[in-house]
Design a protein around this ligand. Sequence first.
Ligand code: BT5
Length: 324
Amino acid sequence: QSTLRKKLLDAFTEHEGEYLSGQYLADLIGCSRTAVWKHIEDLRHEGFELEAIRRKGYRIVKAPDLVTANEIRLGLKTSIIGQEIHYHETVDSTQKIAHRLGFENVPEGTVVVADEQVGGRGRMNRPWHSAKGTGVWMSIILRPSIPLPKAPQLTLLTAVAVVQAIGDCTELEPHIKWPNDILINGKKVTGILTELQAEADQIHSVIIGIGINVNQQKSDYPPELQSIATSLAIEKGEFVNRAELIQAVFTRLEKLYALYLEKGFLPIKLLWESYAISIGKKITARTLSGNLTGKALGITDDGVLMLEDDQGTIHQIYSADIEI
Ligand code: BT5
């Protein structure tokens, strides 16, 4: 059933805007014309707008703002990221499901996406507000053969991909705050959480959780988030299609990941620095072992933050919350 559906949506993707006849689709996906018609009706029920013209066939006019596998697949041009999509309307956390799938050896690039999370989490188990139908809540499984200490580079790589994807879809220009926050006008629009499954020093899976605030209005946030969180719709002043944004993230991520595997972290680091806000500024890093204040010098070739304190000592920071 779902492979038929994938073939059908791939055909509409390949012939974007064209009419495809029932017979053509039936031949292509290997079923009867009645079965094609049934699939088309199912798409309609899911909110797709389809035009049907006698002797010409079917055409997708508009896809609904859902983040189901169908929705994401229509128009998707990647070859690794998002080839397998696990959609859930409501989940505790997409990270948890992705961790399970990671152990089950699903293909690299598999994505878990949800319309709502009731137990979304950030770093150190902090809550991540993930209201229904308003954002992109997803976890992507990668399996790079890199040494364990390099895994945090993937957080920075993902941040670059998300900044570029937001730019592609909205023309907004977000900035990155080391290591995992994406901000617009000083407010957080995206958080990234990278977790590992490893045995000894061998990475089995990297689970990259991405939360993007897309169509929330200010009043959708609880009071404690209203002054620190924003959304693409708040910043742009109009609604943004979530599935298109997800596709853009997949496309950007796939390109950067290939570049990273081929050329290493350096080209990613240069891009990251071009989007970073904290570099050169006085910051306070809150770490588990205490606070450090000083100038952010930049990141090392491994993606570690370098901070120079007032005495001129340079500290390497592996994990912290940063205040600018
Ligand atoms: C993060 O943590 O920023 C990583 C967030 C990752 C969320 C994704 S969604 C898909 C996947 N499934 C999950 O369960 N998680 C991942 P951190 O840097 O620790 O920031 C957490 C802090 O951000 C909270 O303590 C709040 O102050 C704030 N916050 C919570 N929800 C927010 C939201 N929707 N927008 C902006 N800020 C938020």
